[in-house]
Design a protein around this ligand. Sequence first.
Ligand SMILES: CC(C)(COP(=O)(O)OP(=O)(O)OC[C@H]1O[C@@H](n2cnc3c(N)ncnc32)[C@H](O)[C@@H]1OP(=O)(O)O)[C@@H](O)C(=O)NCCC(=O)NCCS
Length: 183
Amino acid sequence: MTLPEIVLTEYTPSDLPTLQQWWKDKDVLEYVHELEHQLEGDTPGSKVGAGKYIARRNVRFMVRDAVTGAAVGFICVQVTGASWTEREGEPVMPPFHGGVNIVIDPLRQHGGIGPAALKALFDHPKLENLVTLGGAVDAANKASLGMLRKLGYVPSGPAVKGMVPFTVPGPAARRSSTVSDHR
Ligand SMILES: CC(C)(COP(=O)(O)OP(=O)(O)OC[C@H]1O[C@@H](n2cnc3c(N)ncnc32)[C@H](O)[C@@H]1OP(=O)(O)O)[C@@H](O)C(=O)NCCC(=O)NCCS
């Protein structure tokens, strides 16, 4: 599988007008409706679900065409973990999980940028202590399911309320399995 050459750069507020253009797209609105929240920045230590707490502020990247530098996508990873005290605002402990949201420029979709960006993401040093990454994909989102299928990922369980769960090993898990493979 040959994928386009992309690079990941840190999201900065100067990228906002580009994202606002992409939000006008029907699929982006429908499948990544919470994107706006991802720009607000969560408070580390706050609770997001049963036993799950935000470990640090959202890790956000722009996906750029490696040749032209043009913005072609946006990725936000919400890093969560467990809190030993279960009190909001307390430090959050490993194992860390990254909930991934991805948007590709509506004019550049279906050209392999999505899978190229996820591959780069899963090896990114900023995510090196994540044991798992994943998210829930709308069962009607053929493009997202196709992108994940191309990368060889299969659902980690049955769909719940029309959302298909995916969990993939993060850099920390892949590192430890490499160590044990060589023992
Ligand atoms: C989902 C998304 C990130 C995928 O990125 P991408 O760069 O478009 O991904 P790909 O180029 O690999 O295309 C997706 C694959 O899905 C399949 N696919 C794409 N569109 C499809 C459609 N309308 N019907 C059926 N299959 C489709 C194809 O198999 C395609 O692979 P191909 O190029 O070999 O034909 C992008 O389409 C997007 O931003 N969509 C809107 C926001 C969104 O849904 N985000 C994900 C939320 S979970």
